[in-house]
Design a protein around this ligand. Sequence first.
Ligand code: 7TS
Length: 414
Amino acid sequence: MTSPSSAIAPLDTARIRADFPILGTLARGKPLVYLDNAGSSQKPRQVIEAITRYYESENANIHRGVHYLSERASELYEGTREGARRFFNARRAHEIIFTRGTTEGMNLVGAGFAQAILKPGDEVIVSTMDHHSVIVPWQQACIRSGAKIVAVPVTPEGELDIEAYVRLLNERTKMVALTWVSNALGTINPVRRIIEEAHARGAAVMLDGAQAAPHLAVDVQAVDCDFFVCSGHKMLGPTGVGVLYGKETWLDRLPPYQTGGGMIDMVTIEQSTWARLPAKFEAGTPDIAAVVGFQAALDYLEAVGLDAVAAHEHELVSYATERVAEVPGLRVIGTTPNKAGVLSLVMEGAHPHDIGTILDQEGVAVRAGHHCCQPLMRHYGLSSTARASFYLYNTREEVDVLVGALHKVREIFS
Ligand code: 7TS
């Protein structure tokens, strides 16, 4: 595996764990070993307290009232927009749109392209390793607009076939929508190269950052993506909030996704004009408390440092990869050296759901299933895998518990 810079100090996991009340839970009578972080991360006290504080002393609707609380709530909400701008290094705060999460952001842009950009004969590129929340919105955008959808193939190690990608690009390609970090394999895709190749042919690029934002430092200007989406709940934040970043020039070209209060300029019974960015894409009352809590999550990640998080996960996944090799009949799916903290496993003679259930009896939480990546599973001739996914609060000792539990699975199914 490629090693992270040795200059990065190791994380103080004991101190970090003390911030996460849920990690003290007993699951099935055993200390919880939470390894379903790609599904959703746990929340530090700082996030939980920000949400409580909001409801106890800051709650009102935003952008509407002239009163004290409404001003306070609006300040907090817009403060997070600026916080997210800084966190992802967007040029302008109004290029940050709050959504419910990755899925909603992808649908917003897909629907806008179907309505305003895509024409019959145009092409959209996705990849075989993408999450359904990339594939399905773009597939539907293509069905609606008469454009054609094509997919970049995946190599046996679980990397994108970049030569095949370059061959798929042509002057009809309008959009390349891809997962930055695979939730099923952990593969970190070479997005800089992917974007350069797309831009050279005039295609826009939308990155699914659901698994990138929690685990590595994201700089949207440095990678030069046109759109980027992520989910707060996977990066220590609450459910109900996500970020859509879009370059101003692109967001200005897209029609609103939802209409109603807060997103208009002028309304008559027959027609309406739209507010400027970002309001144009934020119809109705958003999940204000979640946006407030999200800022506390960004602050937490910033204080720990994304480079330190990435190095910690790299260390854990390398150790886990070594240790699971001891378990007879166990195979890791996705073996590229350049991967984030995801370990997808299959075992001869044992169904992934059985693996998940037996691990659960040991207090170990993993996910078993297709991970919303059916085309990828089909590529491997599998219906599902058992997936352990790591985060900043996980430890080597927890990897040892996982490996011990996998040995039990082996005994039961041998
Ligand atoms: N893209 C990727 C790469 C993801 O991992 C997920 C969620 C999504 C998009 C969708 O995010 P949402 O917040 O809008 O639901 N992935 C997973 C997972 O791997 N297990 O549960 C959810």
